[in-house]
Design a binder for this molecule. Structure first.
Ligand code: PAF
Length: 285
């Protein structure tokens, strides 16, 4: 694999190799097997892939979160080296490559700005939009790979692609879990030991909620999820919503279900000091 830090060198290298389709896996580093599954998916479809590592300051609404975000560049490169081919590229841009001047664009993602993550992390998705559009401009991929753990992010990026008319196909890849069910996340390594041990309660509870949907309505399921998770000391729910997979509009009851749509239970939990998110498809009878 090649390691590149400037947009100019990246563009030259991609042009030289003339391999298509070009796949792109944007990351903020602190890589785990969830990221590697994106790399493996990208490798299957694309003879050349670019993996970026860039901790994007504009998507952190909380400065402490940005400061504490894990940075493990040596380990990341070792891991990527095991999975990338010799022509594949790791792009580790300097700040000035991504943001040569201050980027003041405000996108507006419609309903996506008014639900779940957007209510708890104001400005977060605008920052994601800024960095992803800048990286798409630099890398010019044919396909880009994102993990479905960040369910709302995938919807936001699809909306960004439509809005800015990028010719990029967005490939959403399944959530990868630890053996005990916890969704893999760079933040898991920040969990206190005791909290980490009990964190599988999140997936276990939303799995049970999905099963309950056949015989229960939304308010009862929400109550069950909140009380089960908050029974654990140090765990507090920020939201649990059942939403469709396109506009992510929360339904209040089963009458809100629209034919032909898929529904997901999406959750955010403060586990000790760390915020975790997860989701599960709700089977409709
Ligand atoms: O999902 C992430 O790691 C980030 O939000 C992304 C897409 C790399 C943008 O910084």
């Amino acid at each position: 694999m090649k390691i590149i830090s400037t947009a100019k060198e990246l563009k030259e290298q991609v042009k030289l190799l003339k391999l298509s389709p070009l796949g792109f896996v944007p990351t903020m580093g602190a890589l785990h097997n969830g990221h590697i599954s994106l790399v493996i998916n990208a490798r299957r479809k694309c003879p050349l892939i670019v993996v970026s590592i860039y901790v994007n300051p504009t998507q952190f609404n909380d400065k402490e979160d940005l400061k504490n975000y894990p940075r493990t560049i040596e380990a990341d490169l070792d891991l990527l080296n095991k999975h990338l081919r010799k022509e594949d590229i790791v792009f580790i841009p300097y700040d000035k490559e991504v943001y040569p001047t201050e980027d003041k664009r405000i996108f507006g993602f419609g309903n996506l700005d008014n639900v779940m993550e957007s209510l708890h992390r104001p400005g977060h998705f605008n920052g994601v939009g800024l960095v992803v559009s800048r990286l798409f401009d630099i890398v010019r991929p044919d396909m880009a790979f994102f993990g479905l753990k960040d369910f709302q992010q995938v919807a936001v990026i699809k909306s960004l692609v439509r809005k800015l008319k990028f010719g990029v196909k967005i490939i959403a890849c399944p959530i990868v879990r630890e053996p005990d069910g916890l969704a893999m996340s760079s933040r898991n390594r920040l969990l206190e030991k005791d909290i980490r041990k009990r964190a599988p309660v999140i997936f276990k509870t939303i799995s049970r909620a999905a099963e309950m949907f056949g015989e229960n309505d939304v308010p009862g399921i929400k109550k069950f999820v909140k009380s089960t998770i908050e029974k654990e000391e140090g765990f507090r729910i920020e939201y649990f919503e059942i939403v469709d997979d396109i506009d992510l509009i929360p339904i209040k009851n089963k009458r809100g279900i629209k034919k032909g749509k898929h529904y997901f239970g999406c959750i955010a939990v403060k586990a000790g000091k760390i915020r975790l998110i997860d989701n599960i498809e709700i089977p409709l009878a």
